[in-house]
Design a protein around this ligand. Structure first.
Ligand code: NAP
Length: 333
């Protein structure tokens, strides 16, 4: 099969042998895969415990072509999405030591075929296209746990989602709007704030504006009950000030790096909760797919590239010009 293979010295499509299918596994012919920032961090060598060679890709939608055990035959021919969260463990509050994310070290979806445990398969929601379905799993799962489990979002709460051009952020916007929250956003680009408004956000500001914190406070007429942040960096101390007393900040990423001089005084004086989140449990994945289906939510696709142009898809992700998911179409079907 053809797969995008990351080696220490190269990153290109290569012909590789399909491994033997094990009992309990399914072979999925990948129709579309979606990129996540994780793929780019690994490509740059900026991710923990990278193993080479690697086939990246945590998100995919495809057709089940073979199963390793007779008992799983019912899956054959089904169009599925794949839960990339593997081996979470028994404790819903945090993943266990055996936890892994599909797409390094386990071979991922940026290939013509991927082998996954059968219990990672979920039927494609009927109302979305193959590309939209491929865009859903990782960002949808992360956004769902961030908002509803870790953030305990309640209808009518005032929510801020930072960096709205990002895949997780946009999914969080769609979920929060569907749940009845009042949603505000930040972005580096004014046109992305406008797109967010079209998706139901009340408004937003540019985090590049020197007075963005004041502007946001005025726009929202006060502080936020819940902030969902994947950026960290210097702006994080301002987020502590923008959270209502006893409010919550859920952190799922640190694109802008560590927080210099973390403002502990704001944290304790305002009785804040800062909660980390990563991916989610199987129950959260099922609940997320149910929520998406029930509300007929459609993941926002920025662009779709054919497999041969996967390098351009990574460039698009790096550009930060994207709004929504960058998808790679691997096969017709
Ligand atoms: N914990 C987990 O399970 C998990 C899961 C997924 C992702 N992540 C992490 O979360 C982060 C985002 O991932 P993603 O896949 O959604 O990324 P993405 O689609 O590549 O989006 C990143 C976004 O970050 C925003 N951004 C950049 N600098 C910013 C700043 N200074 N302030 C506010 N926003 C800024 C940009 O938004 P604008 O374009 O609007 O400016 C950009 O679109 C990454 O660090 C990733 O590793 C963690």
């Amino acid at each position: 099969m053809r797969a995008l293979v990351l080696r220490v010295e190269s990153f290109r499509i290569e012909e590789v042998a399909l491994p033997e299918l094990q009992p309990g596994e399914a072979r999925v012919r990948v129709l579309a895969a979606a990129l996540n920032r994780r793929d780019e961090w690994i490509r740059q060598g900026r991710y923990a415990r990278i193993q080479y060679p690697a086939i990246l890709g945590s998100d995919g939608c495809g057709i089940v072509e073979a199963v390793g055990a007779e008992r799983d035959r019912a899956w054959l021919g089904q169009v599925v999405i794949i839960n990339p969260s593997i081996g979470w463990g028994e404790n819903p509050r945090a993943q266990g030591p055996a936890y892994e994310i599909l797409g390094m070290p386990r071979a991922g979806t940026l290939a013509e075929y991927v082998h996954v445990p059968v219990d990672r398969l979920v039927e494609k929601p009927p109302h979305v296209t193959v590309e939209e379905a491929a865009a859903l799993p990782l960002a949808g799962l992360t956004a769902y746990r961030a908002l509803f489990t870790q953030g305990q979002l309640q209808p009518c709460q005032k929510v801020l989602i930072t960096g709205i051009g990002g895949g997780v952020a946009l999914m969080a916007l769609q979920f929060a709007v569907a749940a009845g929250a009042q949603v505000f956003v930040t972005s580096g680009r004014p046109e992305k704030v406008e797109r967010a408004q079209a998706l139901g956000a009340i408004g937003g500001v540019s985090y590049r504006h020197p007075e963005w914190e004041r502007l946001l406070r005025e726009l929202a007429d006060g502080e936020f009950d819940l902030i969902v942040d994947g950026t960290g960096g210097e702006a994080f101390n301002a987020l502590l000030g923008l959270t209502a007393p006893a409010g919550t900040i859920v952190v799922y990423g640190a694109t802008a790096g560590a927080v210099p001089s973390f403002n502990l005084h704001r944290l304790f004086w305002r009785q804040l909760r800062v909660v980390g989140t990563t991916m989610g449990t199987d129950a959260e994945f099922a609940a997320m797919v149910h929520f998406v289906t029930e509300h007929r939510l459609v993941p926002v696709i920025d662009s779709v590239f054919p497999f041969e142009r996967v390098g351009e898809a990574f460039e698009r992700l790096r550009s930060d010009e994207h709004m929504g998911k960058v998808v790679v179409r691997i096969a017709d079907g």
